[in-house]
Design a protein. Structure first.
Length: 312
């Protein structure tokens, strides 16, 4: 799949890449190179750049292009690269998509913009954006109402999946959402409808449960990507209890990293401690960890390490 456009067979862990900055807030391409190598060494099945947790909204257009081009050069076809292109303006979405696809991206990810209140409005927007991109561009549709305020019903999803063949994958982040995955899978099977890929987010809080409901993997940014990969591999091999055991060992850290408002700063701090990012800087406006936060994180990392080394 690494040399081809994204399709419905997407599986595994598509890690959401952080965007590295220096201590003064400038884009740090050296750290980005290390980050890509770190993700590849972890065995990820794909990389997503300029996602919501990649601080895409804080980048200039020129910086966004640099991140896309630098990431794709460093990946060098090893795994598919997906680019987040969400923007309220269709022209902006189409422009960044053109940059991404020209650079070799496998597809783009789009979240419906805030303000779409009805199924008719949402459906109309998705038809418009797919037409603006062109039918040859694979799309990952992000379903994240906690951030966008846009709610995608199962009925709506079924219609757009039937009508828009270029939607290949659903990034599922609705919450509560386990039943939604089950309904999507059951209705597709019942109605003999196209089966698209489902990759889950929400910091992987419900990851193995979602795999059990019919998800195909994860698209999130946990700072221990190798753990997400190993959980997926164990689950795919039918080693369900082993998958849950590994996940449960890291769950306190997954939960801590997923705190609203400060979660990205925690994630970047861990990546900094792991020698990947030169600086844990979140570009302003954004949170910073204080001394108490860092001590708390250190204690948690130590406890998780002790538990894992104890036999997980």
């Amino acid at each position: 799949m690494s040399n081809h456009l994204l399709d419905e067979s997407a599986r595994g862990v598509f890690i959401i890449a952080a965007t590295p900055f220096t201590d003064n807030g400038a884009l740090d391409l050296d750290s980005l190179s290390r980050l890509v190598a770190f993700y590849l060494d972890a065995g990820v099945h794909g990389i997503t750049v300029l996602g919501m947790m990649g601080e895409a909204h804080k980048l200039t257009y020129e910086e966004s292009c640099l991140v896309i081009e630098h990431s794709l050069q460093r990946v060098a076809g090893a795994v598919p690269v997906v680019v987040g292109v969400s923007d309220p303006g269709l022209a902006n979405v189409a422009l960044l998509t053109s940059v991404a696809m020209s650079a070799g991206a496998a597809g783009v990810m789009i979240a419906p913009p805030a303000g779409l209140a009805t199924d008719e409005q949402i459906e109309g927007y998705l038809h418009q954006v797919c037409e603006a991109l062109g039918e040859g561009v694979p799309v990952i549709l992000q379903d994240y109402p906690q951030a966008t305020g846009v709610h995608l019903s199962v009925g709506l999803l079924n219609r757009v999946i039937a009508d828009l063949a270029q939607i290949k994958v659903l990034k599922h982040e609705d919450c509560p959402g386990l039943g939604k995955i089950s309904r999507i899978r059951a209705s597709a099977e019942r109605d003999d409808r196209r089966r698209i890929g489902i990759l889950v987010g929400n910091g992987a809080l419900y990851y193995p449960l979602e795999l059990g409901r019919g998800a195909d993997g994860a698209m999130t940014g946990f700072a221990f990507p190798e753990v997400l990969v190993r959980v997926y591999e164990r689950f795919a091999a039918g080693q369900t209890e082993e998958a849950f055991g590994l996940f449960d060992a890291y769950l306190p850290l997954i939960r801590y990293e997923q705190q609203p408002g400060i979660g990205l700063a925690i994630r970047k701090e861990i990546l900094h401690r792991r020698g990947v990012l030169a600086s844990p800087r979140v570009r302003p406006p954004g949170p910073r960890l204080d001394a108490e936060d860092r001590a708390e994180l250190e204690s948690l990392l130590t406890r998780v390490k002790r538990r894992v080394e104890g036999g997980i």
